[in-house]
Design a binder for this molecule. Sequence first.
Ligand code: GLA
Length: 417
Amino acid sequence: MISEQLQVSTRTGLVILQLAIITLALTGLCEGQAARRRKHTIDKQPFGKTVDGVAVDIYTLKNANGVEARITTYGGIVVSLRVPDQKGKFDDVVLGYDNLDGYLKNNGPYMGALIGRYANRIAKGTFKLNGVEYHLAVNNGPNHLHGGLKGFDKVVWTGKALRVPNGAALKLTYQSKDGEENYPGNLSVAVIYTLTDANELKIDYSATTDKRTVVNLTSHSYFNLAGQGNGDILKQQLMINANRFTPTDAGSIPTGELRRVQGTPFDFTRLTEIGARIDQDDEQLKFGNGYDHNFVLNKQGKRLTLAATAYEPTTGRQMEVYTTEPGIQFYAGNFLDGSITGKAGKVYNRRYGFCLEAQHFPDSPNQPKFPSVVLSPGQRYTQTTIYKFSTKYFGVRRQSPDLSGRRRRFGSRSTFE
Ligand code: GLA
């Protein structure tokens, strides 16, 4: 009898204990989730006013790993992007200014900005659509560049923080009026920046129009994986997933040829130092003053695929670029000339940053063989491009140089995943 009672009370005790453990575990889980949610944050602050008195904001997006992106509503500019190196040290890896004034007065290089309506060049600023000839601003030698005199990089976007499960997100919208910069159609544009917990800066673009028009949007960040202002990018390595590129004339307008990169300084199909061949005696490099060319990505259709990988050996930082676009402009910062003093007083000399601008090919409105950039009413322009940060480490061989002639093995990991 007594032993039966004992058994019952032991069983009851066990059940109570189990319930208590489950309750505790559930509470912990909920708190854990709440903490996780708390970890990716978005915060809005005033960033000054344009010359016309329009208020500009800056949003700070943080993910669960402490990666931080600051994005302003002026030009949708990525002002800073702090990511860790292989030791966990954070650094800002994009060029730019500390305050709005710098961008308002001196952003000739389009640092960090959203570019539109047409990123890159349109020959002589002219194209035909529905039998009408359109004349755009000629702002780059004889050609049109990056949307004209007041492109999307110089307008104030409307910002809105979004709730997403996997990171911090900011939605920017802009209504571009019919005739703005002489482009046809009212264009409604939305860009969502998401800083994910997988250390990606994801950019989702979309646009609709009420009249046939041309659209080609991109993002123009200058990356320096050693940290902004910390020297040139010539020793940083690059892989571009492209067997062909679009050679240009002396004014950087594609000739229409899709040329094989094999056997040329444009072969980045394997990780190669940016500076290894940049000053070779090559006509295309002379035209671009270095690399300033569109690469034809190895892909079919609009799938999100790996376009490029950049790697900085001293910090181990790696950036992969994924995109749905058919091309990517690789620009090696050839026109930076030390005339800009950017964030934290750093001077940006020649080739202190590189751009990987996912896009349609330059001058597509005049190149019938290039993928179309025409958007009609009822259609939606979409693009997704992801800049994903991680660190890469060389295994045990890192300390001792490999003299065996065998390829060094290396691994790749996301620092804080
Ligand atoms: C683009 C162009 C370059 C240059 C920069 C801005 O990347 O391709 O030629 O104009 O923008 O300086």
